[in-house]
Unconditional design. Structure first.
Length: 172
């Protein structure tokens, strides 16, 4: 595990889990090697589902096809998307899967600093990307959700907690 990725994992756990109820229904998009799921289950969060394109995840498939994967609308209290949103445009899917008031917790490179991520990857200090960063977005511009907290970490990473509005506005 690259040193910066290891440090980042520990900081993410403290930041994102600080106020997450133990009975929360959690979906992780891009669960990869399942490090987050293993941690959550071992520390009292039993209602975790990992979703990834690769076998080994609880649900194997693309989040954009959630309806065919057996996931239910508005069935999760929290969705984790660590280093996913720059690869897959899935804000609508996250919105659809979260209960009203549910939280989207995400990390992604700061768009204008992605070059630094590439250098750190090349030096072996940060986890290598698995696909191009074709969908970089500044977290201040995230659609559909209300920002709860957004911060920049180490100049090149952005971490955000976003809430699905409890009431959506309907056309009159």
């Amino acid at each position: 595990m690259p040193v910066l990725s290891s440090i980042g994992r520990n900081l993410k756990l403290r930041y994102f889990l600080a106020n997450l109820a133990k009975d929360a229904r959690i979906l992780e998009i891009g669960s990869g090697n399942n490090w987050l799921g293993e941690y959550l289950r071992a520390h009292g969060w039993p209602n975790y589902v990992g979703l990834d394109l690769m076998p080994g995840a609880d649900v194997v498939g693309d989040v954009r096809e959630w309806k065919t994967l057996g996931l239910k609308a508005e069935s999760f209290d929290a969705i984790f998307a660590f280093e996913v949103l720059e690869h897959v445009p899935c804000f609508q899917e996250c919105f659809d899967l979260l209960k009203p008031g549910g939280l989207l917790m995400a990390t992604s490179p700061v768009p204008h600093m992605d070059w630094l991520c590439q250098i750190l990857e090349g030096l072996g200090l940060n986890q290598k990307r698995t696909s191009p960063h074709d969908y970089l977005i500044y977290f201040k511009d995230v659609p559909l959700f209300e920002p709860v907290d957004i911060k920049v970490v180490a100049l090149f990473a952005q971490w955000g907690i976003f809430r699905k509005p409890i009431q959506t506005h309907s056309a009159s």
